[in-house]
Ligand binder design. Structure first.
Ligand SMILES: [Mn+2]
Length: 315
């Protein structure tokens, strides 16, 4: 894996990851789980690791991979490593992160799931803090940046939006959509989110929503301070857990001291980036099958959150 990636090396890794995911999708499976467009449903893994927003912080990613002993961990197809998205922007090495996650996906396709964050943005949702295109121009020049960005957008479109770990966890980058009609047929609504996103809000809400403790509206949501997406209340979390038969929602999208619990233990926010957020902490989840199969809420799950320590001398 590379500290500062070169152009052809990065493009090669992205191309290999695209091919790996496309071939899995043709077989109807991603990392051994059943895939239906944006939705993956996994059986209970032997060991499950979850990594949240990295935002170009390669030191956090390397520390997590070290702690997992990733080559051993990922060589066992019954172990799963799920990334919740937001690989790029803000930190100093977005391109290095892209290189690594693509390498991991095509090298260990049966163990790695790459999910989509709002920073792996559909071009229809422009927002000002998406600096990946500028990083590509800086590093590779204007002429090379465009084909590289086009290739990355192709990769982003192949990433999954929701991962369900059978009867336990509902994984998503931002949050749950607030439209009550979606719960009854959640497979269809999540699966079609990308295709339908010009007509309905599901994709936007999966990538951009945030949970809030108190929502005054009887609808269970309010407009987001982000200007895109919504704040959702505990009734939305409760409905989604019931519809999907799971116990805890795990999402990223907001910096925190490694993790945060909301909605009376229905939802755990995880964050895996420190470089651009010095006041917060990087963390990841690692849990075995026997522990996961008895988890009933986010407080219990939080015992398996590992917070990274950084020493000044490593700077
Ligand atoms: Mn985000």
């Amino acid at each position: 894996m590379a500290e500062r990636v070169d152009y052809s090396g990065l493009l090669e890794q992205v191309e290999l990851a695209i091919r790996a995911i496309r071939s899995e999708r043709q077989r109807g499976t991603i990392a051994g789980g059943k895939v239906l467009q944006g939705l993956v449903e996994l059986a209970m893994p032997e060991n499950l690791a979850i990594v949240s927003d990295l935002h170009g912080d390669i030191d956090s990613l390397y520390k997590i991979l070290d702690k997992l002993h990733y080559d051993k961990f990922l060589a066992t197809p019954q172990n799963k490593l799920v990334f919740l998205g937001d690989y790029v922007d803000r930190g100093s090495n977005s391109l290095g992160i892209l290189y690594c996650i693509c390498y991991l996906k095509h090298t260990y396709p049966n163990s790695v799931i790459l999910m989509r964050g709002n920073h792996e943005s559909p071009q229809e949702f422009p927002f000002s803090s998406h600096d990946l295109p500028n990083r590509l121009v800086e590093q590779f020049g204007m002429e090379n940046a465009k084909p590289a960005y086009d290739k990355l957008v192709m990769l982003f479109r192949l990433l999954t939006l929701v991962t369900i770990v059978q009867s336990r966890l509902l994984l998503v980058h931002g949050g749950l959509p607030t439209d009550m009609d979606l719960f009854s047929d959640f497979r269809t609504s999540i699966a079609g989110a990308q295709e339908n996103h010009v007509r309905d809000r599901t994709l936007e809400e999966l990538l951009w929503n945030d949970p809030r403790p108190k929502i005054d509206s009887i609808l269970g949501w309010e407009p987001s301070r982000r200007g895109i997406g919504r704040h959702f209340g505990s009734s939305v979390s409760r409905n989604w857990l019931a519809a999907t038969g799971t116990k805890v929602i795990v999402r990223g999208h907001e910096p925190c001291k490694g993790f945060r619990v909301d909605h009376e233990g229905m939802i755990l926010t995880l964050f895996s980036s420190k470089e651009a957020y010095p006041a917060f902490e990087s963390a990841f989840i690692l849990i075995s099958k026997d522990k996961l199969s008895s988890i009933l809420n986010a407080y219990e799950l939080s015992k398996y959150v590992h917070i990274l320590t950084f020493h000044r001398s490593e700077g």
